[in-house]
Design a protein around this ligand. Structure first.
Ligand SMILES: [Zn+2]
Length: 134
């Protein structure tokens, strides 16, 4: 599986994560299957933002509405890992509920890209996605 992202968006994500070394940043990916068209940064409202993320509910609601109006979809989201690991954590796997959603994880100066695969109630598995930077 491949995902196209602009170098502008890639640089934005890397810079935002670098500017927040102690707390996870997060936001939503808008676009079409296989292509990121827009980034929607969100406030991380998790109780412990150094180890977890939770996208502000108001942002979630607004994003779905705005994306529909613009003919786009919420294809996934991004968050950062201050510990430098680009793989989804066990906490991430437990929380992934949407099959096929793209997870971008910014860590250690790079971006890991994954597609969530969920079956039943168990934790999700993640398949690597190849990022194509244009
Ligand atoms: Zn995570």
């Amino acid at each position: 599986m491949k995902l196209q992202i602009s170098s502008t968006h890639q640089q934005f994500l890397l810079a935002a994560a670098a500017a927040s070394p102690d707390h996870e940043i997060c936001g939503l990916l808008l676009g079409q299957p296989g292509r990121v068209d827009a980034l929607l940064p969100a406030r991380n409202v998790a109780a412990d933002a150094s180890r977890s993320f939770e996208i502000a509910p108001a942002t979630l609601l607004a994003s779905h509405r705005n994306a529909r109006a613009a003919g786009q979809k919420v294809i996934g989201h991004w968050h950062s890992h201050p510990d430098g690991k680009r793989e989804p954590s066990t906490r991430d796997a437990a929380r992934a509920t949407d099959n096929g959603q793209i997870w971008l994880i910014i860590a250690g100066g790079g971006i890991g890209a994954w597609a969530a695969h969920t079956v039943g109630a168990g934790p999700a598995t993640f398949q690597p996605v190849v990022l194509e930077v244009a």
